[in-house]
Write a protein that binds this ligand. Structure first.
Ligand SMILES: [Zn+2]
Length: 121
């Protein structure tokens, strides 16, 4: 168990949201912006900034989730932080089409928690 002070993150440091974050941390090992925005009402930017803090503290590892226009709701590929964005042309593993236009792809980050964490203000 690692205890992390988030008093500098004013949005999340409020008691009610802090409790929500700690519940999310108990229930989920993999975090993404949808999870955090849905649970706490934060913006996508706040969620990303917060998860990047967890990465810098060495408790979370980011993965790039790739979406293709063939299915907006399904992740078609995962890439490590080091691999970065796919280089075009790129074959979508889901529909096996050649992707030549950057606009066909969208991305999100997922962060895997590497240890049990508890947040304090
Ligand atoms: Zn596809």
């Amino acid at each position: 168990m690692k205890t992390i002070s988030i008093k500098h993150f004013k949005f999340f440091a409020k008691q009610e949201r802090l409790e929500t974050l700690n519940r999310v941390a108990v229930l989920h090992n993999i975090w993404d912006t949808k999870l955090l925005t849905g649970a706490t009402g934060c913006t996508r930017e706040q969620a990303l900034e917060f998860m990047m803090l967890l990465f810098h503290l060495g408790v979370a590892v980011p993965t790039l989730a790739v979406y293709h226009i063939c299915d907006y709701d399904a992740i078609v590929a995962f890439r490590s932080f080091g691999e970065g964005f796919p280089k075009l042309p790129w074959v979508c593993p889901e529909c096996e089409e050649y992707v030549t236009d950057e606009d066909e792809l969208t991305y999100d980050f997922r962060f895997s928690l590497m240890t049990q964490v508890e947040f304090t203000s």
